[in-house]
Design a binder for this molecule. Structure first.
Ligand code: BMA
Length: 333
């Protein structure tokens, strides 16, 4: 979808006419660029018998509903991905059994752990990107689904170690494009965002740097792409997490960047101030305190945006913004 441009939201997928869904949204009462949902968090501890904590998760519209691929940290503390659905984008019912991935030949694709999913639709196919433990070390996993029932594993696009794989919502110059953040095997204390291209989603190359951590302390340790970028007439809006190291651990805040439409390795602008930083109890207190980690956005045809973010590695929370507000702060209009 291009906002502020010529296209409107497609509501026909395949030959299914979908109802136009109303995304969750509350009007801003002050002058914030990003503001929180008044009833946060939307997913609390122990959302079902199998999951102790659900956070960093992805939501999209499918078949007249909101559906999600949720990170669920189980009672063994190993994270897996779980399907969930909702009529309103706020109240979700999450499956108790994790998503199973299958190889093209129908065999089960074994994974050790899975976390921090992103989901994006490209030409009627939903692609899931996540941090995947299937090659003995964390790297990106990439799978597809047409119906959120059968999930086919496509590839591990990059060698370990890598996290925060985020596909653009359309091909750029005829190729799929993915952001990622090369890392290490632990709680990586560094990290830059790169872009890579592929013709077939299996073989990836043409890697180039998009952005390094910023000078400002909130984003000076590492940065990682958040939800799939939003296309506007002025460029791709990328929400990202920026991290700072303190005596009490890392703090994850949310910032935004504007990337060139035809060459997203070119950063047109990025925010020098964070747009959301841990302040509320559900962000500052939990399994890992002081984490706001955005993984998904829903955007309507008027440019309203609902942001799904993980809070304190314990909850899923919602925040809102608009395309106009983000462009205004990025372009200093
Ligand atoms: C990162 C990832 C995220 C997590 C964050 C804060 O390295 O593991 O899943 O939210 O740390 O703990």
């Amino acid at each position: 979808m291009r906002l502020g441009g010529t296209n409107t939201r497609p509501v026909v997928r395949g030959n299914i006419m979908e109802k136009e869904l109303k995304i969750p949204f509350e009007e801003c009462k002050g002058d914030s660029v990003i503001w929180r949902y008044s009833k946060n968090p939307i997913i609390k501890r122990n959302p079902n018998e199998r999951i102790a904590r659900s956070f960093n998760s992805a939501v999209v519209e499918y078949n007249g509903k909101f559906v999600g691929v949720f990170r669920g940290d189980t009672h063994s503390t190993i994270p897996y991905l779980f399907y969930g659905e909702s009529e309103d984008g706020i109240n979700f019912i999450i499956n108790k059994e994790p998503i199973m991935f299958y190889n093209e030949d129908g065999s089960i694709h074994n994974i050790e752990y899975a976390y921090d999913p992103r989901v994006v639709e490209i030409d009627g196919v939903f692609y899931i990107q996540w941090c995947n433990g299937q090659v003995g070390a964390p790297t990106i996993g990439l799978a597809k689904t047409l119906d959120f029932k059968k999930y086919t594993f496509i590839s591990s696009p990059f060698l370990p170690f890598n996290r925060n794989g985020v596909l653009f919502p359309r091909k750029i110059n005829g190729e799929f494009a993915m952001l990622s953040r090369p890392s290490d095997g632990g709680h990586t204390p560094f990290g830059d965002i790169y872009i890579s291209y592929s013709k077939d989603l299996v073989y990836w190359g043409k890697h180039s740097l998009v952005m390094k951590p910023g000078w400002e302390w909130w984003q000076s340790t590492k940065v990682g792409a958040g939800p799939s970028p939003i296309e506007t007439k002025d460029g791709w809006i990328l929400l990202y997490h920026g991290v700072t190291k303190t005596c009490a651990g890392m703090v994850y805040s949310i910032g935004a960047a504007l990337l060139d439409l035809n060459d997203p390795s070119k950063v047109i602008a990025r925010t020098s101030n964070y747009l959301l930083t841990p302040e509320e109890d559900y962000e500052t207190t939990g399994f890992v305190p002081n984490v706001c980690f955005p993984c998904a956005t829903l955007v309507d045809k008027d440019g309203r945006i609902a942001i799904y973010y993980g809070a304190a590695d314990t909850y899923v929370a919602l925040a809102f913004t608009t395309v106009d507000k983000l462009l205004k702060v990025l372009l200093k209009k």
